[in-house]
Design a protein around this ligand. Structure first.
Ligand SMILES: CC(C)(COP(=O)(O)OP(=O)(O)OC[C@H]1O[C@@H](n2cnc3c(N)ncnc32)[C@H](O)[C@@H]1OP(=O)(O)O)[C@@H](O)C(=O)NCCC(=O)NCCS
Length: 162
């Protein structure tokens, strides 16, 4: 196997990025990112984009400061399927942690589906420890545009940031 070096930078997601975010989820999910960008402008969340040298996002993820006081809650983390397992998710989490500390909170939290052992292991390696469980639910858009309610048991994980 041979490797190449990718030059990546992390910045705030903008509306201009959205046509290049089709890989991040359903059309509904991508449309709703506009709302998250508005929330970022209002200071409720940060929404980060890991970009290649030409400025295209290959990883995105949000930090919500309204879920738990004193903590930034990471959510909607995703890496382009073609570039998963290359370290981009790790860069995204580390950048989110830096952003949280810069904003003031000293703790990062996130919810991981219990049915996703690779993601659980990934956050464990990054220093996150389970502190509870929660049933989460959200709408998923089917191919025909219809919505289906999806429910999943999640492990709540947290990390105290230095
Ligand atoms: C989870 C995710 C954000 C990690 O980003 P990444 O760039 O692949 O992560 P890194 O390369 O830094 O670290 C690799 C580790 O992430 C986890 N991972 C990689 N691909 C994954 C996938 N498709 N699903 C879940 N976890 C994955 C694994 O633990 C992996 O380690 P491994 O390759 O030894 O199995 C990314 O894989 C992803 O978008 N997965 C699909 C969506 C998802 O499962 N999101 C869960 C968010 S809680």
């Amino acid at each position: 196997m041979s490797g190449i070096r990718l030059h990546l930078s992390v910045r705030d997601l903008t509306e201009v990025d959205l046509p290049s975010c089709g890989w991040a989820g359903s059309p509904k999910h991508v449309r709703e990112l506009v709302h998250q960008i508005r929330r970022a402008e209002a200071g409720e969340v940060d929404y980060l984009a890991v970009c290649t040298r030409v400025g295209l996002p290959v990883g995105v993820g949000g930090i919500d400061y309204t879920v738990r006081p004193g903590a930034g809650t990471l959510w909607q983390l995703g890496v382009h399927p073609a570039l998963q397992s290359c370290g981009i998710g790790t860069l995204l989490v580390r950048s989110a942690e830096q952003r949280i500390v810069t904003r003031g909170p000293t703790r990062a939290e996130l919810a991981v589906e219990e049915s996703n052992p690779r993601a659980l292991a990934h956050y464990g390696r990054l220093g996150y420890r389970a502190f509870g469980r929660e049933l989460e639910s959200w709408d998923v858009e089917a191919e025909d545009g219809s919505l289906r309610r999806y429910e999943a048991a999640c492990t709540l994980m947290g990390k105290d940031l230095a």
